[in-house]
Write a protein that binds this ligand. Structure first.
Ligand code: WTA
Length: 645
């Protein structure tokens, strides 16, 4: 068997789980033996959750790209590593073998080196979903630079903040990106982000849309020209930089309940072992299978299950540039049939949105290559789960509901396809190595008695190899965010149920983080953006249930003159202005679905906004806003209720 650690039965899962909890170091040490190390680790695990400090395979030397590329060359060099499907179905797709991908990564590694990139340098990558994005990511890893991929939907201001936080000196971008009917002018957004920037030395621009771009002498370089130089010199190999297992591999920014997004840091060894292990086990990957993860590489799902997990397992990974509804709502099904996709991994939002088109787009599609379906990013409702299983999987494919986070590196709770039981809308069982507990508000572990189902805040008692190590440049923030709420435990920020079988059902965030279409948005971050709009006095943002997006964004805004009307126009025009400000500061993904102008917000006497009340109003549960007697001015509640959108 190619993956000796692939779990093959429910009994084996139970045995492996037990072993992993009793002896984590023994368990993960054995799995790590299946990778290419230049030097073996000194110690499998060293940790405490007080500082916090977590080290896996410390002293072990490796380069993750030798595991993703070099080690597959001899036996599988001619196998497709990556299939790329462009946005426009009329344009030709690309198939890149392991040999070819190796060569391309080596060439771009030379380009990075020629331009001064060294081990430990931060490289910001802002590109559309083209193979060169994955190549840039892997080339950074090969030279030992720390990549920070920023999703193509973020604004110039968001990029500027991330460049500053990471003190990034290099950027890799494209002229533009195609997404559905849109062209996104990536380089122009980068140019805006660079106004006033003092750290960035070089910007490498890959051609995709050939939209006009400004190219500044000495700073901006064309990808193709740089590659040509390397080709002329006949360079096809690049000796990978030797990394310690605990050297940082990448930073990925994600929203939390306070302040600006934080840079989650993952390291080389543990992240590699964990993404590979979960990829092979959750999806039950078999050599030759075509794996199609529809996420963008700009999110953790793309990092772990388009790039590192599949490639370290020698798999074939499919990269799709476009969107599920372009040119029409059959696009996913056409791609599945065109490439005989075996594993399809997508988000509940995409499923719900495609459900809205009815069964027409599925007509005449075979989908008979599919073996496994997966979901990620948000809770999946039963209706969407059944639709996916029945109409896409033809009742013939296990559906894996994978729960995890940017901070966890890979899946923590999920059924394993066809191996452990699936229950609609339940993520079910923890991966081996994970001791998950539910705690009450005071941090007391909730103990299950008999067959009862318990409910609480989801925490984890010890480390797994894919856990974040720090938040870039601010370790204290990492501690307070994840390890201080419930001392001695990692707090996920999610609430969950646990039933008599030990299965978990994730109920959603319990902190001030929204999950809109599977994208994390911090309410504090969004309120800061809204408050920057001139005329806004104060604002409060809450989530409410949304049929397609899972959660919608509802903003309550106190605007000068309170009703959102001033000399600049009607409330509707002011709403558009506000959206423009949010798009500039964060990006279009953070635009509220509803903006209600109010003259006051429900506050306690100490000035704290009572979001619980606003949440009830946004949900439309007007009769159950609860006790309002402690409010400074209870009359605002009636006014807000009357004005509900
Ligand atoms: C939510 C995405 C329910 C959860 C990989 C988590 C889920 C946040 C699921 C992390 C799931 C993710 N069921 N909820 N299967 N998967 N979530 O960092 O609230 O973008 O905390 O990572 O998404 O979002 P992130």
């Amino acid at each position: 068997m190619p993956y000796p650690y692939q779990i093959k039965s429910y009994d084996q899962y139970k045995a492996d789980y037990k072993k992993s909890i009793e002896d984590p170091a023994g368990f993960w040490g054995e799995i790590a033996e299946n990778f290419t190390w230049r030097k073996k680790w000194d110690e499998v695990l060293n940790w405490n959750f007080t500082e916090p400090k977590v080290e896996w395979f410390k002293g072990g030397k490796l380069n993750i790209t030798e595991n993703c590329l070099d080690r597959h060359l001899e036996k599988h060099g001619d196998m497709p590593a990556m299939i790329w499907e462009p946005n426009d179905p009329e344009e030709h797709h690309r198939i890149i073998t392991y040999k070819k991908l190796y060569e391309k990564v080596c060439q771009f590694s030379h380009v990075l080196k020629n331009n001064g990139v060294k081990k430990g340098d931060r490289v910001c990558i802002y590109m559309g979903m083209i193979p060169e994005l994955a190549i840039a990511v892997l080339a950074c890893a090969r030279v030992g630079a720390i990549h920070s991929v920023v999703f193509g939907g973020f604004s110039a201001q968001s990029i500027a903040d991330r460049l500053y936080d990471a003190q990034a000196e290099y950027i890799v971008t494209c002229d533009g990106a195609f997404r559905g009917a849109k062209d996104i002018p990536l380089k122009s957004v980068i140019d805006d982000a660079l106004i006033g920037n003092r750290t960035v030395k070089k910007v490498i621009v890959c051609t995709r849309t050939r939209t006009p771009v400004s190219m500044i002498k000495g700073r901006d370089l064309w990808w193709e020209d740089e590659i040509k130089k390397v080709e002329t010199m006949g360079l096809h190999d690049f000796p990978a930089e030797e990394m310690d297992a605990e050297d940082p591999l990448f930073i990925l920014y994600t929203s939390g309940s306070t302040g600006k997004p934080k840079g989650v840091v993952h390291t080389c060894g543990g992240y590699m072992v964990y993404t590979n292990y979960t990829f092979v086990n959750v999806f039950q990957y078999q050599p030759g299978d075509i794996h199609f993860c529809t996420a963008d590489i700009g999110w953790i799902t793309g990092h772990s299950y388009i790039v590192y997990g599949p490639l370290s397992a020698g798999a074939t990974t499919l990269l799709f540039e476009g969107v599920p509804t372009f040119p029409d709502a059959s696009r996913f099904w056409d791609i599945v049939d065109k490439f005989k996709v075996n594993i399809l991994y997508t988000a509940p939002t995409a499923i719900r949105s495609l459900m809205g088109y009815g069964l027409g787009p599925l007509q005449g599609k075979h989908l008979n290559s599919l073996k496994v379906l997966g979901t990620v990013g948000e809770p999946i409702n039963e209706e969407a789960w059944h639709w996916y299983s029945e109409h896409v999987g033809k009742n013939n494919c296990p559906v894996v509901d994978t729960w995890w986070q940017t901070e966890t590196g890979g899946t923590l709770i999920s059924n394993m396809a066809g191996i452990t039981p699936a229950v609609p809308s339940w993520a079910t069982l923890p991966m081996p190595g994970l001791e998950m507990v539910l705690v009450d508000e005071k941090g007391q572990e909730i103990i299950q008695e008999g067959e009862e189902t318990i409910s609480g805040n989801l925490c984890i008692k010890g480390p797994w190899p894919g856990i974040l190590r720090t938040t870039y440049g601010d370790h204290e923030r990492c501690r307070t965010n994840y390890f201080a709420t419930y001392p001695g435990m990692y707090f996920t920020g999610d609430g969950a149920l646990k039933d008599k079988n030990g299965f978990f059902r994730i109920t959603g965030r319990v902190d001030d983080v929204l999950n809109v279409s599977g994208h994390r948005i911090g309410t504090a971050e969004l309120e800061n953006a809204i408050n920057m709009h001139s005329g806004v006095v104060e604002s409060a943002v809450v989530g409410y249930p949304h049929d397609i997006k899972g959660q919608g964004i509802y903003a309550f805004v106190i605007y000068q003159g309170s009703h959102g009307q001033d000399t600049h126009g009607t409330a509707e025009m002011i709403r558009k202005d506000l959206n423009q400000t949010i798009t500039r500061i964060i990006g279009a993904i953070a635009k509220p679905d509803k903006i209600q102008f109010v003259s006051g917000l429900p506050k306690t006497r100490s000035g704290k906004i009572m979001r619980r009340i606003l949440r009830k109003i946004a949900e439309g549960d007007l009769d159950n806003v609860g006790d309002i007697s402690t409010l400074l001015d209870p009359t605002v509640v009636e006014e807000i209720k009357r004005g509900k959108l």
